[in-house]
Design a protein around this ligand. Structure first.
Ligand SMILES: NC(=O)c1ccc[n+]([C@@H]2O[C@H](COP(=O)([O-])OP(=O)(O)OC[C@H]3O[C@@H](n4cnc5c(N)ncnc54)[C@H](O)[C@@H]3O)[C@@H](O)[C@H]2O)c1
Length: 452
């Protein structure tokens, strides 16, 4: 049965992508889109650009590229802007991040140096290891939010954008828990006016985005839009939100390998994950209060996949340990080691070792692109509030209150693809596939009954 197609507004005109934070991830994303636009490189790792989606029955052989199937903004129609605590333009920041080859950055210099960060909303108590000076001042946090809203409106007008989205690409903030100031929009707004210390800068950006009708995605593990007040605002303003923490490197591997072990009912006794990285993100995470935010976001993945309460004999006693160590010589080229102690038939132990020499921002950049394009699609399709179908991109997916997140990357992908099929009025795919065999059965029956 085919669904009714959802009414989706066209992706006409320019889409502005605003990133609070213009460091390694944001500059790799922007430079990458510009390079793809010029035909200098391919946007590899981006599902929207490179991915295909199966439609209908396997025998129909309909497998369009995702960007040809759903109406997404084209790469030529994207405009970039953002905020940072440093004044470096995107050309300078890309060189400083040392992710991309100098030659590529030089080839894009004229466009990259035009993109200059706006002054940030920053609070050192949330990021102890940074010392930026390109920072807004205001009597209250509400003043700062209003300044951000003014930046957003000005950017939209100056760049003649039709629509905007915001993706948080700034540093990980110190660990915070939900408290009463985050519980309702009324309390949150009072907190903004009273300079409540529990309101982090990222929450002020999320507030400003939603107040101006701009969908918001959170790429870091901070609470940010994952608080009742911001979700309430998203519904009030009819805007899409999602988070949190881009699923790259080690967690990406974890959510690929763990569902496989679980699928084969193999037991897991321990999972030790260690990382070394030397970029600015690593320097920020060297502070224990910022590392705690990351640790919590990464830590829930295995429980979400193994559900130890359902199979305690296989997963009830997993020792899961995560370490991130700042090691400057590696720069953005993060290295991770996983030691996985598993057990099989009759409890016999085995081990798996994974040594992933990854490039953090190379894995994160396509996620920023996909999130921006899909959030814009969600907004044009009137999908409001939390966008759980974008869990695929996050380490700690935001879900409706009380709903456990889905961490298994294959289930996440299936949810994403079925959401696209649903939007476009295509049949959802269950992979049951009985119909092929029912048809075959009919053919055999006809053969048996046919006169010799
Ligand atoms: N690279 C990955 O694979 C990956 C994966 C998951 C999450 N993340 C998260 O994405 C974020 C960005 O990572 P990165 O490698 O680009 O880090 P980065 O340190 O290179 O860039 C972050 C930038 O944000 C700026 N910043 C800090 N606070 C700000 C504020 N309040 N307003 C505006 N700008 C601010 C910093 O000056 C810096 O330039 C981090 O929070 C990181 O934890 C990255």
């Amino acid at each position: 049965m085919t669904n009714k197609k959802i009414d989706i507004k066209p992706a006409d005109g320019k889409l502005g992508i605003l990133t609070p934070g213009m460091g390694a991830v944001a500059t790799t994303f922007i430079a990458g889109v510009l390079a793809a636009r010029k035909g200098l490189a391919l946007p590899i790792g981006s599902l929207t650009q490179m991915g295909t989606i199966r439609l209908g029955k396997r025998t129909e052989a309909r497998n369009p590229r995702i960007h040809e199937f759903v109406p997404l903004a084209g790469l030529d129609n994207l405009v970039f802007g953002g905020w940072d605590v440093y004044t470096d333009n995107v050309y300078q920041a890309a060189l400083q991040a040392k992710v991309l080859e100098r030659d590529l950055v030089e080839a894009l210099k004229p466009e990259l140096e035009q993109i200059k960060p706006m002054k940030a909303v920053f609070d050192k108590s949330y990021v102890r290891n940074l010392d930026g000076t390109h920072v807004k001042t205001g009597a209250t946090k509400m003043d700062l939010a209003e300044q951000l809203m003014e930046d957003i409106r000005r950017f939209k007008a100056e760049n003649k954008c039709d629509r905007l989205v915001m993706v948080w690409c700034a540093s990980t903030e110190a660990y915070t828990e939900i408290s009463n100031v985050h519980e309702s929009l009324e309390d949150f707004e009072a907190g903004l006016r009273n300079n409540d210390a529990r309101i982090a800068p990222s929450m002020i950006y999320a507030y400003a985005a939603l107040k101006t009708g701009v969908p918001f995605a959170n790429g870091a593990p901070n609470l940010t839009c994952d608080i009742p007040a911001i979700v309430e605002l998203a519904h009030q303003e009819r805007v899409a939100v999602c988070g949190k923490d881009f699923k790259t490197g080690q967690t990406l591997m974890k959510t690929i390998v763990a569902p496989g072990l679980h699928a084969r009912a193999l037991g897991v006794r321990g999972w030790f994950s260690s990382n070394i990285l030397g970029n600015r993100d690593g320097a920020v995470l060297d502070a224990p209060e910022n590392f705690k935010t990351k640790e919590v976001s990464k830590g829930n993945v295995l429980d979400g996949i193994f559900n130890p309460e359902l199979q305690p004999e296989l997963y009830g006693d997993i020792y899961h340990k995560i370490r991130i160590n700042y090691y400057p010589p590696h720069g953005d080229n993060k290295e991770s080691w996983d030691n996985i102690d598993i057990f099989g038939w009759l409890g016999y132990p085995m081990q798996i070792k994974i040594n992933f020499l990854c490039r953090d921002s190379i894995l994160a950049a396509p996620i920023v692109l996909d999130l921006a394009l899909f959030l814009d699609l969600a907004q044009r399709s009137s999908l409001l509030g939390i966008q759980e179908w974008l869990s695929f991109y996050f380490k700690a997916p935001q879900t409706a209150p009380g709903l456990p997140p889905q961490h298994d990357i294959f289930k996440q992908l299936s949810k994403l693809e079925n959401t696209l099929r649903y939007l476009m009025g295509e049949e959802l795919i269950t992979h049951l596939g009985m119909d092929y065999y029912e048809e075959l059965e009919k053919e055999y029956e006809a053969l048996v009954q046919a006169p010799a």
